[in-house]
Design a protein around this ligand. Structure first.
Ligand code: PTJ
Length: 249
């Protein structure tokens, strides 16, 4: 794959870098080809949001940080897109919140599980769960999404960036507090989430980490206040309104 040599001053630098990472992820066997399609869909929404974190997304990111800090067993779920886009960001967020990192793939293969664990390790992220040695059996084709074999079972708060709608709904039904990062405010995943973060993952992960750093000394009452004040419907509505207004881009 060609080196990425776009200057940082380029107005669409982050977007082009993300695309480059996803392409490289496919070449390395980390990201699925469906992941390329998902990225294209995300880019379209991000373009309509002017590739910016809108205020309601920032509020969602603060609520996400508060949830992760309050949790007994927070888990960050990593798929092929997340691993390719921001391996170091996932490590930083886990360190800031005490969350476990698990690889959970929609299109699961042992090769891809291994490639992702190795890729994370190459970026200093170790102790990742869900690698082939300790992973449960992959879901059989006929099993419904509710019989998810993923290892989030004993988690109380899960961050599932770019999750497939069926799996997001199944997690909600399992009683998990679900934080979803998804640029589409109308997606079923965003609708299933207690905290829908309508932002690009590449901006959302470091911003949640920053909020977690700010809130590191906050007591439980303060964290709970942030969680209680957050309204998921309002966050989705404001993102949709921003997209429809056409004022941003
Ligand atoms: O690696 P795997 O096998 O687990 O597969 C991962 C994908 C993403 C392919 C899988 O979960 C999938 O098929 O997802 P969907 O159903 O295509 O949904 C992806 C959602 O993420 C869409 O609503 C996109 O708009 C959104 N999205 C794409 N890129 C980004 C994004 N949201 C935030 N940041 C992005 N960079």
């Amino acid at each position: 794959m060609e080196e990425f040599d776009v200057p940082e001053s380029h107005p669409r630098y982050d977007s082009l870098l993300t695309r480059h990472r996803i392409e490289a992820g496919v070449e390395k066997g980390i990201t699925s080809t469906a992941g390329l399609v998902a990225q294209g869909r995300g880019e379209a929404f991000d373009y309509l949001l002017s590739e910016e974190t809108i205020p309601s997304a920032d509020a969602a990111e603060r609520a996400a940080a508060a949830h992760l800090l309050l949790a007994e067993h927070p888990v960050i779920s990593v798929n092929g897109n997340v691993a390719a886009m921001t391996p170091e960001g996932v490590g930083d967020l886990a360190a800031a919140t005490g969350a476990d990192i698990e690889v959970n793939l929609f299109g699961r293969t042992e090769e891809r599980m291994r490639a992702i664990v190795d890729h994370l390790a190459a970026h200093g992220v170790t102790g990742v769960k869900g690698h082939p040695a300790d992973a449960p059996k992959p879901r059989l084709e006929h099993q419904p999404a509710t019989q998810d074999p993923d290892q989030k079972n004993d988690a109380d708060v899960v961050l599932v960036p770019l999750e497939d709608g069926d799996r997001a709904e199944a997690l909600g039904e399992m009683g998990k507090t679900e934080i979803v990062v998804d640029l589409n405010p109308l997606s079923r995943s965003a609708e299933a989430a207690a905290v829908p973060v309508i932002d690009n993952l590449i901006r959302a992960i470091p911003n949640i980490t920053e909020h977690a750093g700010d809130l590191a000394d906050a007591d439980r009452a303060e964290l709970q206040g942030i969680v209680d004040a957050f309204d998921p419907e309002e966050a989705r509505r404001e993102a949709e309104a921003a997209i429809r207004s056409g004022e941003l881009s």
